[in-house]
Design a protein around this ligand. Structure first.
Ligand code: TZP
Ligand code: MG
Length: 243
């Protein structure tokens, strides 16, 4: 089955392959194209027991994509984390039409029946990942420059993260790339696939990030550390929609 959507200037095909997953998402591409806010269930900030409730809060607030990010976990540990502590997560996200993306491990995404996998610059090619996950789920790439963003588009990734815009304790040791290239990235790449700006974005600087040309953002610590995750997420969504 091939699914076409044409929200961008050029209609493009996301899913054309014959690979069947046990639990395919109806149309993750169009859900992704609607997403303004990408939330991350980052195990550096939450306990395993909180995964489900935090996911529900982020989705209730309006997050359009969720990622599970568990640095320091190997692939089997990520699978066990979900199975043991958030066994309803995958199905819940599907029921809300919010793609659930697994960071780093294509095999874990397949084993869990997740809707996508996210990989970094050093995690191999799209072709290699597609050999594991097939054509039915999303594959995203982290990019840290305009050239990397262009390369990810060219390679065929479904979306990119672009940043970190600002240095952030969530991704230690990586310098901020600033906001100067955001509008060009949004113009060139964001007209073709979703570009999610990431890194150090908070309610306090969201206006600046939007003024630089961003349309979609990933926010991790400012949401996971908020006193009221639902309300904070809703406020960010309101600002993104007004963007
Ligand atoms: N990749 C680039 S920056 C980042 C990742 C995973 C972390 C962003 O987290 P925060 O807390 O929103 O700065
Ligand atoms: Mg990675």
């Amino acid at each position: 089955m091939a699914i076409e959507f044409s929200i961008y200037h050029q209609p493009f095909m996301l899913y054309g392959g014959a690979v069947e997953t046990s639990n395919p998402v109806t149309n993750p591409g169009s859900e992704l194209s609607d997403a303004l806010l990408y939330g991350i269930l980052d195990m550096g900030y939450i306990e395993p027991e909180q995964i489900q409730e935090v996911a529900e809060a982020l989705i209730r607030g309006g997050a359009g994509v969720l990622q599970l990010r568990a640095k320091g976990y190997d692939c089997d540990a990520v699978i066990a984390l979900v199975r043991n502590h958030a066994p309803r997560l995958v199905q819940f996200c599907k029921s809300k039409a919010v793609p659930l993306v697994i960071n780093d491990y294509a095999e874990a995404a397949v084993a869990l029946g997740a809707d996508g996998v996210h990989i970094g610059q050093d995690d191999g090619s799209l072709t290699e990942v597609r050999q594991i996950v097939g054509d039915q789920i999303l594959v995203g790439r982290s990019t840290h420059s305009l050239d990397q963003a262009r390369a990810a588009l060219e390679e065929g990734f479904d979306y990119i993260g672009f940043g970190p815009l600002f240095p952030t304790p969530t991704k230690k040791g990586r310098p901020g790339i600033g906001i100067e290239q955001v509008s060009q990235a949004e113009k060139e790449i964001g007209s073709q696939i979703p570009v999610f700006c990431i890194g150090g974005i908070k309610p306090e600087n969201l206006e600046l990030v939007l003024a630089s040309g961003a349309r979609r953002v990933v926010i991790v610590s400012a949401l996971l550390q908020a006193d009221d995750i639902v309300q904070t997420t809703q406020n960010i969504i309101r600002d993104l929609k007004a963007g």
